[in-house]
Design a protein around this ligand. Structure first.
Ligand code: AMP
Ligand code: MG
Length: 490
């Protein structure tokens, strides 16, 4: 049988000393539960091969596939503002890298594959619920056009893991354009290992920003590029109502992909203060605080790069890095406004647009309007009837005044209304992973019933097209669902 993947492991090859070679724990009864066929194809895999018994063994970390060089990555991180000098892959392994059909290098990584030297007190395991949650939310984000790591497969290990009761153990195989995080840089900066830090930064540049290779100020530009990528990413999150929930620096990918779906959730009622994570008591990672936290995280990234930015003059390095970071709010605002304009179907960039958008959001906050449905119904308002949109607001006279302003602003667009509404429908989803539907899917999966997971996955992977029979997936949670709480450390 030919190899399952053709690995080419640059991290293992080029960055010796920045990781620990390691192997997964043996799963007693590996079983592949779900495979992402489309992604497998992108990676050059023959459809079906990931369902073989041999694949079940490698997708759980039980054996290493031919050509892999499994390793645990070292990283540090600020968690809720406090620095942990050593986190690392405590329950994960980087198997290696594959060049996909488009020539792009992608990591293949396992999460839940057993203890490593970075496990601290943890058991190195994951259980089915969080594995499937990451599968669902990552695929939803991808379908919504947000850069993200993606699930390749979810597999059962055949053993129970202990999480307030026994739960089915599982492993997520995921694909990322890399697993380099802000925390990876912090790990070596905190230890004063400048040579390794430089090696890491050069590697990150050649992998993600190859046009910077050879530039004299490449480390400063690395900061600038990562900052721009984060501004774009977080603006997309905010424009979709996504709350990451645990924006620790070890969960900030240099690539600009969303990574580590733990206590994440989508808002239903629009509320800038929305928090879902059980441990985020002060709202550090609240929906509306995400741009501020992104900037804070980038400041930590900047600190870790100072010795590279100007090895001889730390004051000069700080001044240069501060200057780069000072552009973040502007970049974020520009990205966010570009996104909101698209949601409103406004192609031109006109002076009153920011106020128009903010005034709508203020009315939505006042009425606790469903974020997703309100935006989607705006194109209906433009198309046929305003009723579905107006119904989402408590004060009709206020929303009518807003609609008048919106109509006036829309009339300044050059393209026909039908074209505008069609573009709006391509950015305002019908389906997001609604919290109550995610819970329903995960609870059923734990009982061995996968149909609700499959239905939800079908809805959210075609988020912009109405699908017959899936109407319920477009609705917010019923009142009796109550406030939603998500959990970390799963
Ligand atoms: P996360 O909250 O998933 O971003 O993980 C933060 C850190 O905790 C990382 O270093 C993980 O590898 C580690 N970690 C999380 N869960 C476990 C576990 N069950 N066993 C060992 N390490 C874990
Ligand atoms: Mg993490």
């Amino acid at each position: 049988m030919s190899a399952i993947f053709t690995f080419d492991n640059s991290y293992a090859r080029d960055l010796e000393g920045l990781y620990l070679p390691w192997t997964g724990a043996k799963a007693p009864a590996p079983q592949v539960l779900r495979v992402n066929e489309a992604l497998a194809l992108e990676l050059g895999n023959d459809p079906g091969t990931l369902r073989s018994a041999e694949s079940a063994a490698f997708l759980t970390g039980t054996t290493a596939p031919e050509g892999a060089a499994p390793l645990a990555m070292a990283y540090a991180g600020h968690q809720f503002g406090g620095f942990s000098p050593q986190l690392g892959d405590g329950r994960a392994l980087l198997l290696g890298e594959v060049i996909d059909r488009k020539g792009k290098r992608r990591d293949i990584h396992l999460k839940g594959s057993g203890r490593t030297p970075f496990s601290r007190g943890g058991d190195g395991k994951a259980h089915l619920g969080p594995v499937l949650r990451e599968f669902l939310i990552g695929e939803a984000m991808h379908a919504l056009g947000v850069p993200t790591t993606r699930a390749l497969a979810a597999s059962l290990t055949g053993e129970m893991v202990w999480r307030e009761g026994g739960k089915p153990g599982a492993v997520l195989a995921r694909v990322a354009s890399s697993h380099l995080r802000v925390g990876t840089f912090q790990f070596f900066a905190a230890r004063g290992e400048t040579d390794r830090l430089r090696q890491l930064a050069n590697y990150a540049i050649s992998r993600h920003f190859p046009d910077l290779k050879g530039a004299n100020d490449r480390y400063l530009q690395l900061l600038s590029r990562v900052s721009e990528a984060q501004a774009r990413l977080v603006a997309q999150w905010v424009n979709l109502g996504f709350v990451h929930g645990v924006m620790n620096t070890d969960n900030v990918a240099i690539s600009g992909e969303t990574i580590d779906y733990g206590p994440c959730a989508f808002i239903d009622a629009y509320d800038p203060k929305a928090v879902f994570s059980s441990i985020d008591r002060n709202g550090r990672y609240a929906y509306g605080n995400q741009p501020n936290i992104a900037q804070w995280n980038l400041a930590r990234f900047a600190e870790s790069l100072l010795d590279l930015i100007d090895p001889k003059d730390s004051d000069a390095a700080i001044a240069k890095a501060t200057e780069v970071l000072s552009h973040f709010p502007h970049h974020y605002q520009a990205e966010w406004l570009k996104g909101v304009r698209a949601k409103l179907g406004l192609m031109k960039d006109l002076p009153g647009d920011l106020d128009l958008a903010n005034d709508l959001l203020a009315l939505m906050a006042e009425s606790r309007s469903d974020f997703t449905q309100t935006f989607r119904s705006l194109s209906d308002a433009a198309r046929e009837s305003e009723a579905a949109f107006r119904d989402r607001f408590l004060d009709l006279s206020k929303i009518d005044r807003w609609l008048d302003r919106y109509a006036e602003r829309s009339s300044l667009e050059d393209i026909p209304a039908t074209k505008r509404t069609a573009t709006m429908d391509r950015v305002n989803p019908i389906y997001i992973p609604r919290n109550h539907k995610v819970e329903e899917a995960l609870e059923a999966a734990e009982r061995g019933e996968m149909a609700p997971f499959d239905r939800l996955l079908a809805a959210i992977t075609s988020p912009f097209e109405a699908q017959k029979g899936l109407e319920a997936y477009a609705e917010p949670a019923p009142d009796d669902f109550g406030p939603y709480t998500t959990y970390c450390g799963t």
